[in-house]
Write a protein of this length. Structure first.
Length: 324
């Protein structure tokens, strides 16, 4: 592996712009990434300000969140509590604790509290929100809005029988599955519930087994995966690998078990070429990520979501000393 810090930072400066407009789904994720970037350039720091402003503008007084803005600067959708709501809370939670200025941190916390008034009926939306809530609660254990989000996540998921043949809270794996585990690990730690941490680690073992094919990752495809479906399956998405890298990083930080370190290394290797088709999943000239892995090779599109996923996974690998 090689350290492509400059390459990925260059890609970051072009993300998450889209020809048809902008999405909170992408901007909030990019906010997380820029705030996680070690020794950021002035350009990346400026992006953090822009992304925070955009995310805050999407939050409505009742806690609902817009997702799509057209190129003319007007919102083109009705506010709601889909994945973008959860990701907005995730980004705001990170910003509330790690943004470079006190003013940014306070504005992010205020926005978090407003959006946290709402709840989504969807597991993944609540998972994303919980990742932000854990950051807030870790910084301030008295922050009730964040605590309530985590409690609601644990209620939603409930106990998982790790001895079952399918120890997962849904009948199919969907997308970003690693974030389910990561959020449960975070909630268990923040709420001081070691049983939840143990449950989450067992779920991560199951997920990693489901998403491994021989000596390399074979992520859940875009259509999901249920029990006993064949591997490999396509179209594989970079966001799934990035989510798994996040989960394994948190598991390693919690346990210091080197198998999770090895799993993060395998996640980055998937982007390099250690995947079911043995092709690179990021553009070595620009640092941008390819949108999907097909049986015939990679999708040549290089969208914001996939570029963010590549950058995020590289950050995780670099932070653990796996990029040299």
């Amino acid at each position: 592996m090689t350290d492509d810090t400059g390459l990925f930072e260059h890609a970051l400066l072009d993300t998450p712009r889209r020809d048809h407009g902008y999405c909170v789904d992408d901007v909030a994720r990019a906010l997380v990434i820029v705030l996680r970037q070690p020794a950021p350039s002035l350009g990346v720091t400026r992006l953090a300000v822009t992304y925070l402003d955009f995310t805050l503008a999407a939050v409505q007084p009742d806690g609902m969140v817009h997702n799509r803005m057209s190129v003319d600067g007007t919102w083109s959708d009705e506010p709601g509590v889909g994945d973008w709501w959860g990701r907005a809370l995730w980004g705001l939670g990170i910003a509330a604790t790690t943004a470079p200025t006190h003013s940014m941190r306070q504005r992010a916390l205020d926005g978090f509290r407003v959006a946290a008034q709402q709840r989504s009926p969807d597991l993944m939306s609540l998972v994303f929100a919980s990742l932000g809530a854990c950051e807030v609660l870790t910084h301030d254990p008295s922050e009730q809005a964040a605590r309530n989000v985590l409690v609601d996540l644990l209620t939603f998921v409930g106990p998982i029988d790790l001895d079952a043949t399918w120890p997962w809270p849904e009948e199919r794996l969907r997308y970003g599955n690693g974030h389910v585990v990561e959020a449960l690990l975070a909630a268990g730690t923040c709420l001081q519930q070691p049983d939840v941490e143990r449950q989450a680690l067992g779920m991560l073992e199951f997920l990693l087994a489901q998403e491994t094919n021989g000596d390399h990752l074979s992520p859940t495809p875009v259509g999901g995966r249920s029990q006993d479906e064949p591997k490999p399956a396509f179209d594989q998405q970079p966001i799934e690998v990035a989510a798994l890298a996040d989960a394994c990083t948190r598991a390693f930080e919690l346990t210091q078990d080197e198998r999770w370190l090895a799993a993060v290394e395998r996640c980055w290797a998937w982007f390099v070429d250690a995947n079911d088709v043995a092709v690179s999943m990021y553009d070595h000239a620009t640092g941008a990520g390819y949108d999907g892995l097909h049986a015939t090779g990679h999708n040549l599109n290089q969208g914001a979501e996939s570029t963010i996923a590549a950058i995020s996974t590289a950050q995780r690998a670099r932070g653990l000393g796996l990029l040299k």
